[in-house]
Design a protein around this ligand. Structure first.
Ligand code: FAD
Ligand code: DHB
Length: 390
């Protein structure tokens, strides 16, 4: 097979890039290691920046999101016995976020690719990248007993944190920055009415908690847990009891509980790989960087990479100009690091760290008190939460 752009990974980054390139007449194939059902079974992010929502519309994938997604103009932070609201709309100059699950978004992207006859290979095993520093790179994979091969101009590594693409860059070229947090998030999805119309982030002495949602009838809740905990150790009852302890009394009293339909623990980690390019290989999304989920930036940072990369590839194919491709890594990383900073800030502000001394806790409390006493501080939070421009 010969295509212009071979995309490794059929998650949101790979699918969105393939769709945007297709709309500009650029031929792609997506190689995905898992089955489509497996990809669509993953429960991940839920909050889209307004710029991402715009990009979904530009990709002709925004109709269901606009019908079923919920615009949120603010969220709340529970701390020190009070519930304070961040007015995103007011403090960001009229912007907001869209609550729409990554699972639904991925389904919309697959449907859009199907409508346009996009090429997607599922169950592609042992994907291997070849000759990345030549003018004629190619990618091979195993499918059952057969070997597939695609020749291309460019290879895009959109295969997530554990993918093969980043690992194909020689270690002498790659610089890695990493911070591992000493806790994880235990998440529960339940078919219950969300406890509040807006998200509630809670800082509590027993640890962080988050009340989120996917729709009017589907709730997503998280609690901070030690890394040594296993999901099997947490019954639904134990989860609900611990969540209630970390919420203000009036919120806990109206929390509707029910059986979990998904329960998992995600460790919290910050990671950036530089550069995001090696020869004809370009990385996008989690393949190049991850953030702790506190600021809801993981999926959104993937979207800005895809935006920059699709612009650069369109410029290359429409005018032959490679300047944007050459500048892609620096341009994407500049925004990536701002999302890293914001995610680190929200994580540090709201979690209980095992090595924190009383002094650190006072600083957290002071930071929150300052935040809600200063319009300037709320503006900084709001402009980052709704998404910096791209
Ligand atoms: P992915 O979604 O990881 O997609 C990569 C794809 O590549 C996958 O489909 C994978 O199967 C495929 N792949 C991997 N290896 C290979 C290979 N060798 N060959 C071919 N294909 C391969 N973000 C938030 O903002 N909020 C959240 O609550 C949140 N929760 C998360 C929970 C978990 C458990 C994880 C892992 C991430 C979470 N994130 C969250 C982050 C967010 O989901 C990611 O930032 C987003 O999925 C990035 O999209 P992506 O397409 O770059 O990578
Ligand atoms: C969700 C996850 C987040 O990390 C966040 O900050 C907000 C919402 C969620 O999964 O709904």
């Amino acid at each position: 097979m010969k295509v212009q752009v071979c995309i490794i990974g059929g998650g949101p980054s790979g699918l969105l890039l393939s769709q945007l390139l297709h709309l500009q007449g650029i031929d792609t194939v997506v190689l995905e290691r898992q089955s489509r059902d497996y990809v669509l079974g993953r429960i991940r992010a839920g909050v889209l920046e307004h710029g991402f929502a715009r990009l979904m519309r530009e990709a002709q994938c925004g109709d269901r999101m606009d019908r079923e997604g919920e615009i949120h103009n603010g969220f709340e932070i529970a701390h020190d016995g009070v519930l304070d609201r961040v007015d995103l709309f007011k403090h960001s100059g009229g912007n907001s976020v869209m609550v729409y699950g990554q699972t639904e978004l991925t389904r919309d992207l697959y449907e859009a690719r199907d409508r346009l006859g996009g090429k997607i290979v599922h169950n592609a095993e042992d994907v291997t990248l070849h000759d990345l520093t030549s003018d004629a790179p190619f990618v091979t994979w195993r499918s059952g007993d057969g070997i597939g091969r695609v020749d291309c101009d460019y290879v895009i590594g959109a295969d997530g944190f554990h993918g093969v693409s980043r690992k194909s860059i020689p270690s002498a070229v790659l610089r890695e920055y990493e911070k591992v947090y000493p806790f994880g998030w235990l998440g529960v999805l339940s078919r219950t009415k969300p406890v509040s119309g807006e998200l509630i982030y809670a800082r509590h002495e027993r640890g962080f908690a988050l009340c989120s949602m996917r729709s009017h009838v589907l709730s997503r809740y998280y609690i901070q847990v030690p890394l040594s905990d296993h999901v099997e150790d947490w019954s639904d009852d134990a989860f609900w009891a611990e969540l209630k302890r970390r919420l203000p009394d009036e919120v806990a009293a109206r929390l509707i509980t029910g059986p979990s339909i998904e329960k998992s623990i995600a460790p919290l980690r910050s990671y950036v790989a530089e550069p995001m390019r090696y020869g004809r290989l370009f990385l996008a999304g989690d393949a190049a960087h991850i953030v702790p989920p506190t600021g809801a930036k993981g999926l959104n940072t993937a979207a800005s990479d895809v935006y920059y990369l699709h612009q650069a590839l369109v410029a290359r194919y429409k005018t032959g100009d490679e300047a944007a491709l050459d500048g892609y890594s620096d341009r994407a990383l500049a925004r990536v690091w701002k999302a890293q900073r914001f995610s680190w800030w929200m994580t540090t502000l709201l979690h209980r760290f095992p090595d924190h001394i009383a002094y650190d806790q006072k600083l957290q409390q002071t930071e929150l008190a300052y935040l809600f006493s200063s319009e300037t501080a709320q503006r900084l939070l709001a402009e980052n939460y709704v998404g910096l421009p791209f």
